[in-house]
Design a protein around this ligand. Structure first.
Ligand code: ZN
Length: 471
């Protein structure tokens, strides 16, 4: 793009979705090893903003040791005659998209979770200062969102300064979220969709409703509305909710239609309030994952910043890998922390009565939204670090899922195996044919279309807890 001819590297949509591996990176900013990092947008009065000003507090990129990970705060302060604080979330979420336009620059996640890498190659080409990064951001903000008349950008790498500003940023996110609470899905006839993550997850459409934040936790229904208004051609768009097909599961005809269209037919049905059967797709930037634990017939939740392994022995990144990429994985649900504060939080599956484990840090953040009669019955890493310990904990506390165990054990038919041998006499006959047959393996869903299956041996086993009994 010609507006970037003074920038040492290319800038354009084609660089979106570009991954930079550890071996290829010059520096990392934020990310899992850095505790405090953030990006924040603030709307300010016109006279408080110096248009185009770029400030660097702390060492610049060229002064950071190669291969290291550093604290970072990005502050985008904007002003405009018709700009108000209701647009801060919208402006802030654009940082992700715009920074990913830069060749050799990777930006993941949002808010307090940002993770940035600059490639060695782009660094060697001369991209060695936040001055250039700031210029790209500034020009894209001005050209893509004309409602912004003035904008100044600050990069903070001084760890002490990042630590000082971090609590304020967290408070800003919280008050923004609090403002968006209260409205119900039934009260509106429009939802919002977001495809900002399609560069990384091509079959993902975030469906944002008053009671379901975007997976990343950075776009409320109000943000969606504001974004679609100021930038109708942007990544966030209105969805006519359409007809309510299933109130319990959260299925709407308008959502199905839009998702089908925007995923090129990959996803045709979405249930907003459940992690089973047709769960909302998961992109890659979700704040947390809810995962089904079959042994206790309940859900665990683990968030991105949780360092240990969750109660089923898997870390956040392993669980995230098995659900991310725009797929619908039965029993897995990438989601925002704010969604846990919603009355619709996995409501079709039992809501909080079905949650059995979550990190202490998350429990603390959402404690005011957990029903009083169940809060002490939900384990954290302090109560249980494995499924057996979890089972005893839940039993001791008489967690609501315990009642489900009894109901399931009653008709427990002994697992019985039935073997069918297909004698291979000359040509083999198919043992099964199917128009569309999904197979779940290794976290992937493989769909065989018009399949004929041949086998030397077929083993049919009745398992103790049938899928249908879990619901
Ligand atoms: Zn996302």
């Amino acid at each position: 793009m010609s507006m970037f001819k003074d920038i040492p590297v290319d800038v354009g949509v084609i660089y979106e979705g570009e991954r930079i591996r550890r071996n290829d990176m010059q520096v990392e900013l934020g990310g899992p090893t850095v505790k405090e990092k953030f990006e924040l947008a603030k709307v300010k009065p016109m006279d408080e903003i110096e248009d185009g000003k770029i400030t660097i507090i702390g060492p610049d990129i060229k002064d950071l040791k190669e291969g290291g990970a550093y604290a970072l705060g990005i502050l985008v302060e904007a002003a405009g005659a018709t700009l108000d604080q209701g647009l801060e979330g919208v402006i802030e979420r654009r940082i992700h998209g715009y920074l990913n336009y830069i060749e050799g620059f990777m930006h993941l996640n949002q808010r307090y979770d940002i993770w940035i890498r600059l490639s060695k190659k782009s660094f060697q080409k001369g991209l060695n200062s936040f001055e250039s990064i700031g210029k790209v951001l500034y020009r894209l903000f001005k050209s893509e969102l004309p409602i912004i008349e003035k904008v100044q950008i600050t990069f903070i790498t001084d760890p002490a300064k990042v630590a000082e500003l971090y609590p304020n940023a967290m408070q800003d996110y919280e008050s923004r979220d609090a403002k968006a609470r209260g409205l119900k899905d039934e009260d509106v006839d429009k939802f919002y969709g977001c495809t900002l993550c399609q560069s990384f997850a091509p079959t993902h459409v975030c469906v944002i409703t008053p009671q379901r934040y975007s997976n990343c936790g950075a776009i409320s229904w109000f943000d969606g509305k504001a974004s679609a208004n100021v930038d109708p051609k942007g990544p966030v768009f209105a969805i006519d909710r359409g007809e309510l097909i299933n109130a319990e599961k959260g299925e709407f005809s308008g959502v199905n239609e839009v998702v089908k269209k925007r995923t090129m037919g990959e996803v045709t049905q979405v249930w907003l309030y459940t992690a089973f059967d047709h769960p909302h797709t998961s992109c890659g930037c979700f704040e947390a994952v809810a995962f089904y634990i079959p042994e206790v017939d309940g859900f665990g939740v683990v968030n991105r910043s949780f360092k240990g392994v969750s109660v089923n022995g898997l870390s956040f990144s392993t669980l995230a890998d098995s659900t991310a990429g725009g797929r619908q994985i039965d029993g897995f649900h990438g989601m925002s922390i704010e969604y846990m504060r919603s009355k619709k939080f996995l409501s079709a599956d039992g809501g909080w009565n079905r949650i059995v484990w979550l990190p202490k840090e998350v429990k603390e953040r959402v404690k005011d939204f957990i029903p009083k009669d169940v809060i002490d019955k939900i384990a954290t890493e302090e109560n249980a670090t494995g499924v057996d310990a979890l089972k005893s904990f839940l039993k001791d506390k008489n967690h609501p899922v315990v009642a489900r165990w009894a109901a399931e054990e009653a008709p427990a038919a002994e697992a019985e195996a039935l073997e069918v041998k297909e004698e291979a006499a000359g040509t083999m006959m198919p043992v099964a044919t199917a128009a569309s047959l999904p197979i779940m393996a290794g976290g992937f869903k493989i769909i065989l279309k018009d399949a004929k299956i041949y086998a030397n041996k077929v083993i049919i086993t009745t398992v103790k807890s049938e899928k249908s009994e879990k619901r």
